[in-house]
Design a protein around this ligand. Structure first.
Ligand code: SF4
Length: 360
């Protein structure tokens, strides 16, 4: 039995995808392509769909790009979320174009009258709104050095905007409270989750590069997920967004919350390892990432790739199958039982063929 328990949040439909109420946490990403060029935006979304992205956010900075929302939606399979700042008319256009959700920062979308019009149209179209509070847009109140006060400022901003939406009887709300500080972010999400049950989109904003940003996001998201908080996640990286999706799956899988299809157990190597294990592990990972049906398995296939037979077999006994190596040969095993021998240059292909057999 798992120690942690998911918070029961309100159920919200984003196009064909349901979030909240204990449904599996969904993986979201954002395009970096220019949305004025709808073809390259669609091309990037298709790559993200292939990687397992379940919700996609696209920023529409002006009316020219907003006019492309319908074309983009028509060519993709996953729900399209329009990210709008400053001009409510752009948001109205994307609603007209058929987007599945809006992400706005109510603090910069204009007067209450404009917001009222926007809420009315979103309601008519049955699309949810994410109130995306971001530390970067809370300059005045946020100028305190105390992290608790900063977290409170994020939550207060979300609550103010929720009040406006609720005043217009709008409850299809998703909330995010992002800061680049893990401490501020975690405090804000925990504070909010103790007050209201709107679904939460998690992220550590501006987390950084693939390496640093993934580690920072894992640390921050890990705390919140373990507390049962979170309905959608984005790992925000300065990289190809496909990396965000891959990182999100690994984070959720390592917390036993989603299945990325494959779990590789590999040793850190020591002087007993006499071949290039790093190369073999990355080859298996790369080849497995292109296998389409892997994620459909009810639980990930666990593969062990170990540097030696002294400890390798024992260390990998929980794996479905794997190889523990020597200089010229490796021992192939399945559920802890030895079933053959394979030389290191054939490990990757052998493992990939075993994964394929496992899926049939
Ligand atoms: S499995 Fe073998 S090579 Fe790998 S770390 Fe353990 S002892 Fe060293």
């Amino acid at each position: 039995m798992k120690f942690y328990k998911r918070s029961q949040t309100r159920k919200i439909n984003i196009g064909s995808v349901t979030i909240g109420e204990g449904t599996p946490i969904k993986i979201q990403s954002m395009t970096s392509a220019n949305s004025r060029d709808w073809k390259s935006t669609v091309k990037q979304i298709k790559q993200l769909e292939e990687a397992g992205c379940e919700l996609i956010r696209v920023s529409f900075p002006d009316m020219e790009s907003a006019m492309n929302a319908g074309k983009i939606k028509k060519h993709i399979k996953i729900p399209l979320i329009a990210d709008i700042h400053f001009d409510y008319r752009i948001a109205l256009e994307t609603i007209k174009q058929g987007v599945d959700k809006l992400r706005i920062n109510p603090g910069n979308i204009g007067s209450q009258d404009k917001l009222k019009i926007l809420i009315k149209e979103a309601k008519k179209a049955h699309i949810p709104i994410r109130i995306g509070v971001n530390a970067g847009s809370l300059k005045g109140v946020y100028n305190f050095s105390d992290n608790f006060i900063r977290a409170k400022a994020l939550v207060n901003s979300a609550m103010e905007h929720i009040k406006i939406l609720e005043k217009h009887n709008f409850q299809d709300i998703v909330v995010s409270l992002k800061a680049s500080s893990i401490d501020v972010t975690v405090q804000a999400y925990k504070m909010f989750a103790s007050k209201r049950n709107y679904p939460l989109h998690l992220g550590i904003t501006e987390a950084g590069s693939v390496f640093g940003g993934t580690i920072k996001s894992s640390a921050g998201l890990g705390i919140m997920l373990y507390e049962g908080i979170g309905d959608t996640v984005r790992v925000s990286l300065t990289a190809d967004p496909v990396e965000e999706v891959k990182a999100a799956y690994y984070i959720l899988q390592s917390m036993e919350l989603r299945n990325s299809g494959i779990e590789i157990v590999s040793c850190p190597m020591c002087s007993r390892c006499e071949f290039d294990l790093i190369k073999i592990v990355s080859e298996v990972e790369r080849k497995a990432s292109t296998m389409k049906n892997l994620r459909k398995l009810s639980k990930p296939v666990k593969i062990a790739l170990m540097g030696c037979i002294v400890n390798g077999l024992g260390e990998a006994k929980d794996a479905d199958f794997g190889i523990a190596g020597g200089k010229n040969t490796g021992i192939l095993f399945k559920k802890g039982k030895i079933i053959g021998r394979v030389s290191p240059d054939k490990w990757a292909d052998k493992i990939i063929s075993m994964i394929k057999n496992y899926m049939t």
